[in-house]
Write a protein that binds this ligand. Structure first.
Ligand code: TRH
Length: 377
């Protein structure tokens, strides 16, 4: 019989929480034949990723998934076979009661945030006994074989490679976004939070020996960009040139389109969790703006990832990469480490592809979840 899954998502801020659960839900349906209900407490945020969504609907079907509004007025429903509480979002009390009382047992999982820290492997898959006798299991995505893996659709890497090998497809796609190639330019995408280091990076790009085409989907970084450009408010479609730097503001696009943008670019600046993983699947060098946390604990996560990622790079390439990422996340100067990174460019490119292929040989997160359920049964 087809397993049923309930995925619960509270939108804390931005798009990561809903982006990850929406992606996971689609993959469970498309590749594992699951019947999925996705409970979201903010349909406006969901509609940014799925523009066909009806923000008023309590229940709607999208891509074979039942999308349910998770509101304060919770009505009792029969729990699914597998329940995913995304990012410790706390299920409704009456739903937990119904889980405990259900005739067929329920697998209860807390899907955690992504981290490369070493302790993740030790905690992945551990149960925690709840007062009502149910166990809740902690499921940790991650970069190593002992973790729950990363979200990656079955054909993703093959699609990515075919697209990158097809110059015409790339041009058609960029043209659909209103982007025309600047001759000889390095293509960079920029998705980040407000960032004080942006100025320094833009300056070095503007003075560079090679043109840069900077493609910026609408979002929080536009304020910092606008401040540097010194003009009026930026809008989708705007194109501005400063020296060797050509900036263009793009619309916020659907996830599949955003993937293609990442695949088109020579370098991707990404943020949070999901875009960070997608940039790794693009097989191109990247810059991560990590989500800021209290007491700077995010910086430990940043270094834990860097420690894994830079393995196999030459000493100079490691210094350039670490310097650039630290500057970007700590308000530091970008120019020197950017120039250093350019000196090791072919090595950084080959390394990004190698990293992608190595991660791609591990089980993906959706498959790992399904396997966890089958083992538990
Ligand atoms: O939006 P984010 O910063 O999300 C989060 C949340 O802030 C969350 O609370 C936090 O805990 C987490 O980061 C670490 O970054 P993220 O994770 O990259 O999510 C962005 C989503 O938006 C991702 O699914 C890609 C998608 N996206 C598009 O679909 N179209 C676009 O044009 C762009 C730029 C992104």
């Amino acid at each position: 019989m087809r397993a049923t899954w309930d995925i619960f998502c509270r939108v804390v801020d931005n798009y990561g929480d809903v982006g990850i659960t929406w992606r996971l839900a689609r993959q469970l349906v498309a590749e594992h034949g699951a019947a999925v209900r996705l409970w979201v407490d903010d349909l406006e945020a969901f509609a940014c990723l799925c523009p066909q969504a009806d923000v008023q609907a309590l229940c709607q079907a999208r891509h074979g998934i039942e999308i349910r509004l998770w509101n304060a007025d919770w009505q009792v429903v029969e729990p699914a076979d597998v329940v995913i509480e995304a990012f410790a979002c706390e299920l409704p009390a009456s739903y937990i009661e119904a889980m405990a009382g259900r005739g067929r047992k329920v697998l209860w999982l807390n899907l955690e945030y992504l981290s490369a820290e070493a302790w993740v492997e030790g905690c992945h898959g551990l149960p925690s006994l709840q007062s009502n006798g149910l166990s809740k299991f902690f499921f940790f995505p991650g970069f190593t074989a002992g973790s729950g893996g990363l979200l990656r659709e079955r054909e993703l890497l093959a699609q990515r490679r075919a697209f990158q090998a097809d110059e015409a497809a790339r041009r058609i796609f960029l043209r659909s976004l209103g982007v025309e190639f600047v001759a000889g330019a390095r293509l960079i995408s920029l998705f980040a939070y407000e960032n004080n280091s942006l100025d320094g990076w833009l300056e070095v790009l503007a003075r560079g020996g090679q043109p840069t085409q900077l493609l910026v989907p609408e979002g929080r970084i536009l304020g910092s960009l606008q401040a540097w450009l010194g003009g009026s408010a930026l809008n989708v479609g705007d194109r501005i040139q400063r020296g060797q730097l050509h900036v263009q503001v793009l619309p916020f696009m659907q996830q599949d389109q955003y993937d293609r943008l990442l695949w088109c670019c020579d370098f991707n600046a990404v943020r949070g969790e999901d875009s960070f993983v997608r940039a790794q699947w693009a097989g191109r060098p990247l810059l991560w703006h990590i989500y800021q946390q209290a007491d700077d604990v995010h910086l430990e996560k940043l270094d834990a990832f860097l420690a894994l990622y830079k393995e196999g790079l030459s000493a100079d390439a490691q210094v350039a990469l670490t310097g650039l990422w630290h500057a970007w996340n700590g308000g530091g100067a970008m120019a020197q480490s950017w120039n250093q990174l350019l000196q090791s460019w072919p090595e950084q490119q080959a390394h990004a592809e190698k990293w992608c292929l190595e991660r791609g040989s591990q089980a993906d997160l959706a498959t790992a979840l399904v396997q966890f359920y089958l083992n538990w049964l």
